[in-house]
Ligand binder design. Structure first.
Ligand code: S3P
Length: 444
């Protein structure tokens, strides 16, 4: 996806936000539902799919690899797959746009098939490390035929003719690395095992089991997991209902906490404990977030949340919590600016290799809006004063979450907050601006 001209946007101090909204479907599950559907013979039906650019690029890649992927209604999709190991040789470059998840997961899936595919993406994705995927898939028998300097995109990957089952310890807690190895291991005979020192989001394991694969999950050490997949399963078509994305819900949630007088209900939000670190942290800061209705209908658990404007105070967020809220630090840093006292967010090394260097982008954005902030090694320290001056324009660096986080800031700061480009919001939350306006946000 190319975004020709940047589209700047500003957020202004708003009256109380009120209403009930369902943010779009979870991005992680949406990518996986399409990929698993494409590896399954028969019809997979998906409801609530996130119809953003990132997931749309994964759908296009699945088509290029031989699957049928069709939209049948609002968020309703149907996939007819090729079977495990059955991808066909694509005739075009697989362009993942802005999406590290789509690119890395599909690299894993291709690594287990005897095809050669070229992976590419936009300027942001071309900067991101891919060696973390190329290393394990090389052990499985795939190899990069061509790659840019530093192991970056564009990369042409030759999948393994005879994939080898491996035991792999992820070097960093990353669901993308874990998922790439498991997807490659699907086509390998015998057991593929991934060991992670800290548990990362487990949607791949859950969906694999949902599609009929044999997956064993065991505890590893204090906070880790060992996941073992039995290779060459016959995946069975499944029905997947995608719950609302907690990483997208984070933006209206923090906005409702910061804008005085607000009361917002967020419905159907996924409450998988490996994704709810932000809610835990905000509650520690004094946030009034009420859980209204918890459901678990066999898939992922979800709940509705009532969020009321709250006076927040600074806290220390332990490094061990980072995997369960890795995408939420930009908006947490905004919340911390409006808290009284210092918030220390520890262990954020991985934030440097997201859609942008989020540690630097957050610190620069906060400073531009009069907030005192420090980066100390891998820790982010925000000195909250109960309010933010605003008045700055934030460089978003092709990063949707930087864009949305600073628009949230502008809704409660003294002067408006501008962002240089709102276009990338469409990668994960295409309706963000109209949905926030419907709640009462002054965005324009
Ligand atoms: C994701 C994993 C995380 C996260 C990303 C989505 C996934 O990345 O930041 O937005 O769906 O597996 P890492 O695995 O690199 O931590």
């Amino acid at each position: 996806m190319t975004h020709a001209a940047p589209s700047p946007l500003a957020a202004r101090r708003s009256g109380p936000l009120r209403g009930r909204v369902r943010v779009p479907g979870d991005k992680s599950i949406s990518h996986r539902a399409l990929i698993f559907g494409a590896l399954t013979v028969g019809e997979t039906r998906i409801s609530g799919l996130l119809e953003g650019e990132d997931v749309s690029n994964t759908g296009k890649a699945m088509r290029a690899l031989g699957a049928t992927v069709e939209r049948t209604g609002d968020g309703a999709w149907r996939a007819h797959g090729v079977g495990v190991g059955g991808f066909r040789q694509p005739h075009q470059v697989l362009d993942f746009g802005n999406s590290g998840t789509g690119c890395r997961l599909v690299m894993g899936a291709v690594a287990g098939c005897p095809v050669t595919a070229t992976f590419d993406g936009d300027a942001s994705l071309r900067k991101r490390p891919m060696k973390r995927i190329l290393d394990p898939v090389a052990l499985i028998g795939a190899h990069a035929v061509d790659l840019a300097e530093g192991g970056r995109l564009p990369i042409t990957l030759a999948g393994a003719r005879d994939p080898i089952p491996i035991v792999y310890r992820t070097p960093v807690p990353s669901a993308q690395i874990k998922s790439a190895v498991l997807l490659a291991g699907l086509a390998a005979p015998g057991e593929t095992t991934v060991i992670e020192a800290e548990a990362s989001r487990d949607h791949t394991e859950r969906l694999l089991a949902h599609f009929g694969a044999e997956v064993k999950v065991e505890a590893e050490g204090v906070a880790g997991r060992k996941i073992t997949l039995k290779g060459e399963p016959e995946l069975t078509p499944a029905v997947v209902a995608v719950p609302a994305d907690p990483s997208s819900a984070a933006f209206p949630m923090v906005a409702a906490l910061l804008v005085p007088g607000s009361e917002v209900i967020l419905t159907d939000v996924m409450t998988n404990p490996l994704r709810t670190g932000l809610i835990t942290t905000l509650r520690e800061m004094g946030a009034d977030i009420e859980t209204l209705d918890v459901r678990n209908d066999g898939g992922e658990a979800m709940a509705d949340f009532r969020v009321r404007a709250s006076a927040l105070h600074g806290v220390e967020v332990p490094a061990a919590r980072a995997p369960s809220m890795i995408d939420e630090y930009p908006v947490l840093a905004v919340a911390a600016s409006f808290a009284e006292g210092t918030t220390i967010m520890r262990g954020l090394k991985e934030l440097r290799v997201k859609e942008s260097d989020r540690l630097a982008a957050v610190a620069d954005g906060l400073r531009a809006n009069g907030v005192a902030v420090e980066i100390d090694g891998d820790d982010l320290i925000v000195h909250g004063k109960g309010r933010a001056a605003g008045g700055g324009t934030v460089a978003t660096h092709m990063d949707h979450r930087i864009a949305m986080a600073f628009l949230v800031m502008g809704l409660a700061s003294g002067k408006p907050v501008g962002i240089d480009d709102a276009a990338f919001i469409a990668t994960s939350f295409p309706d963000f601006v109209p949905m926030m306006r419907a709640l009462g946000a002054d965005l324009g």
